[in-house]
Design a protein around this ligand. Structure first.
Ligand code: PMP
Ligand code: GLU
Length: 400
């Protein structure tokens, strides 16, 4: 036991449940165990080839040095283009900040907006990192439960509002549910935010990933006045399959972005240089590769939702975006597996059983605020998905 007393900030911090499960699967694979891996929200594709070529060129040209703290001007320009594509709004380079991944970007945005004790609302189910990020920034997490369609109602947001409410953290398309927020709901949410002076952090990292005709609408673009109190979040990890390059973007009023750049100059000096050169190339010339990935995801989404719909007792609204399905297993709770004798009390128990008995790795729903669910990532091949879904159906048949 170390004699050093840790800060309360880290002493109570929970490590990322998604990354813990990803690490566990890696360990099993290293031991030679074959696992059908439906854990990580990480595309199984490589980045656009132009990005890899640009990175190699940048290394050869000796460009792996600190850049401007806010990111390379050309990348801020290119990110303004991505922000326009995603939100439909016009952006200038000084309204964009390049961050070391969107995850850290969201933490920085929270640090900039939240005073100790300020409340940050977010619809639940939500990405596992949100509550921890809010606490790290000194804020109080206020989860707002979604309905069966995995969307929040304005009435529920209003009921959760207090004098200390400061920020709404919203994510569309949503990790873990795949929900895509409709425009009419976003307008109602926007009016509530304006009326209550609540800032919006709009996590649109999955904006390019919508399926089955669903359309992404940016929460900050539905009412013109919202822009002044909103921060847009985007990045290279998902649509560009550049997870390990750690490139994210924040967009907002230039006064806020300038402050965030100052904060970043103290936190990170600058975002990684080589990744920035790669991202410029990806944003300029990577569209074709991204479209190919998108059509693969579209097919997988269809495969997964159709298979889940044939499983009696499984409750899964059709995912419309991101690359996850989030079925509920309420019907199965309390049932016992005839093969192993294990009783299922939660989605986490089911995830454990699937890993042990069927070698399928998924993430239990408690990490996302819905304990009776599991998250299936379809960022993996159709054949893996097919086999995993067959095994899942067979396992459910053994529960009684
Ligand atoms: N937001 C959501 C909802 C996510 O699922 C992720 C996944 N990594 C991120 C933000 C952060 O992405 P990154 O840090 O890789 O840019
Ligand atoms: N966002 C991805 C996921 O939910 C990657 C892991 C993480 O950062 O949580 O699986």
């Amino acid at each position: 036991m170390s004699p050093v007393k840790l800060s309360a900030r880290v002493a109570t911090l929970q490590p990322s449940a998604t990354l813990a499960m990803v690490a566990r699967v890696k360990e099993l694979k290293a031991e030679g165990v074959e696992v059908l891996d439906l854990t990580a929200g990480e595309p199984d594709f490589g980045p656009p080839s132009c990005a890899e070529a640009a990175a190699k060129d940048a290394i050869n040209a000796g460009l792996g040095r600190y850049t401007a703290a806010a990111g390379l001007p050309e990348l801020r320009e290119a990110a303004a283009g991505l922000a326009k594509e995603t939100t439909g709004l016009n952006w200038s380079a000084d309204q964009l900040l390049v961050t070391t991944g969107a995850k850290l970007g969201i933490c920085q945005a929270l640090m900039a907006l939240v005073e100790n004790g300020d409340e940050v609302l977010f619809p639940v189910p939500c990405w596992t990192s949100y509550p921890e990020m809010v606490q790290l920034a000194g804020g109080v997490p206020v989860p707002v439960q979604c309905g069966e369609d995995h969307l929040p109602s304005v009435e529920d947001l209003a009921a959760a509002t207090s004098e200390r409410s400061k920020v709404l953290l919203i994510n569309t398309p949503c990790n873990p549910t795949g929900a895509v927020y409709p425009k009419a709901l976003l307008e109602e949410i926007g009016k509530w935010a304006l009326k209550n002076g609540i800032a919006i952090i709009s996590d649109e990292i999955y904006a390019a990933m919508t399926f089955g005709g669903a359309k992404h609408v940016s929460p900050i673009a539905v009412l013109p006045e919202l822009r002044e109190q909103s921060i847009w979040v985007g990045g290279m990890s998902k649509a560009f399959a550049m997870t390990g390059w750690r490139m994210g973007f924040l967009g907002g009023p230039s006064s806020i972005i300038t402050k965030l750049a100052g904060l970043q100059s103290q936190l990170a000096s600058s975002p990684p240089a080589i990744s920035q050169y790669a991202s410029i190339a990806a944003l300029r010339d990577g569209t074709e590769d991204c479209l190919k990935m998108h059509s693969a995801f579209e097919k997988r989404c269809d495969l997964v939702s159709k298979a889940l719909a044939t499983m009696p007792g499984v409750d899964c609204p059709q995912p419309q975006g991101a690359f996850y399905a989030f079925p509920g297993f309420g019907y199965f709770l309390g049932k016992t597996d005839s093969e192993t004798g294990k009783q299922i009390q939660s989605g986490d128990d089911l995830a454990e059983l699937l890993l042990e008995a069927d070698r399928i790795a998924v993430i239990g729903g408690s990490a996302f605020g819905k304990p009776d669910a599991i998250r299936l990532s379809f960022a993996t091949s159709e054949s893996v998905l097919q086999t995993a879904l067959e095994r899942l159906a067979a396992r459910l048949n053994k529960l009684s």
